[in-house]
Write a protein that binds this ligand. Sequence first.
Ligand SMILES: NC(=O)c1ccc[n+]([C@@H]2O[C@H](COP(=O)([O-])OP(=O)(O)OC[C@H]3O[C@@H](n4cnc5c(N)ncnc54)[C@H](OP(=O)(O)O)[C@@H]3O)[C@@H](O)[C@H]2O)c1
Length: 381
Amino acid sequence: MNVNRRKFITTGALATSAMAFGTIGLGSGCNSQSTADKEPGKNTGKTNIPTRKLGELEVTALGLGCMGMSYHRSFIPDRQAMIAMIRGAVEIGVNFFDTAEAYGPLVNEELVGEALEPVRQNVIIATKFGFKDGRPELGLDSRSDRIRQVVDHSLKSLRTDYIDLLYQHRVDPNVPIEEVAGTVKDLIAKGKVKYFGMSERDFNHTIDGIELIRKAHAVQPVTALQSEYSPMTRQPENEVLDLCEELGIGFVPYSPLSRGLITGYINERTRYNPDNDNRPGLPRYQPENIITNWGIIDILKEFGDHRGLTVAQVALAWLLAQKPFIVPIPGTTKLAHLQENMWAAEYKFTPDELKKLADDLSTVEIVGERYSGGYPQQENK
Ligand SMILES: NC(=O)c1ccc[n+]([C@@H]2O[C@H](COP(=O)([O-])OP(=O)(O)OC[C@H]3O[C@@H](n4cnc5c(N)ncnc54)[C@H](OP(=O)(O)O)[C@@H]3O)[C@@H](O)[C@H]2O)c1
């Protein structure tokens, strides 16, 4: 790693250098290095984002969540602009992209497929099945025939003949998890899918999520568990992360910026488009709760202000520092935000800093559950 560049990155020159995507090398703050890292002299035109392992699958330390480009984040940007945005992410060096049948539904997979078709062999695409007709509002459906149907459709939408990582989006209490894992195992044997993932550990209080993951893993090894995790949503800590460590499962935090809240960009005055946004219906985004929880943002800002980091970067760096098998997938529609987020992989906390930040964050008691009723149920939001 070029020490001067590291110093440059961590001493506050981030915003002014946002256009220098191809020239800034990121360091190896993670447990393994990308090929580009191993060839420092080679000008690939890409930044050297470190890589991490989700089970056997090697991906960049941060991925790109593509949902908001078509679904649930109020505005839907111009499609061509989003294709350019995804290709820009590849140029920067991101290789891990997250979508789902339910995002849109269908149209987000089509967008991601078109954008990544020219570079398909160089990227890792994750998608998800699990809802009737791909529509969360219609309920869950993880029957074997349905999974096979979704996969065939996703392959078409994604313009590919294999899906790298296929998640069950939500557990379907009507289909035994062993049956779901068995179906994915068969799809892996057929070459249509490479790796199996699960999203959210439990559907409701009647299912022991930990036991469920163990049962699935016994049939088909689970490569990654995707669940909400951020400085504002700490439920995966201890039990779930310990299980991932024990079984060699990677952990993919979704909504790692708490749907934009942990950036300072949205606040109690923010107006959402209720036709395309789930936040107005979620307790955390009610104006009074945003105000009460703002202490988290103050703490991240205070930490970042002294180190040349933005609120979003501190939040992402903090997540990465929790475990080496954690790979957050922040969503954005802006290349500048994407670059900012990727730079978070560069920051390395000292043990004292990390402890102080953890202590400070623990002083804020978060109000408002993350989903109505506390569980994501049929919302894939
Ligand atoms: N498995 C599941 O059930 C599930 C559920 C939800 C999400 N996900 C996945 O997780 C991904 C990310 O989750 P998410 O979109 O809900 O939440 P998120 O990543 O926490 O936040 C995304 C929001 O933050 C904003 N943002 C991102 N970087 C920023 C920056 N540096 N500065 C200011 N604003 C920034 C984005 O707006 P701009 O576009 O303006 O940057 C966007 O509105 C999704 O795309 C999806 O792939 C999965």
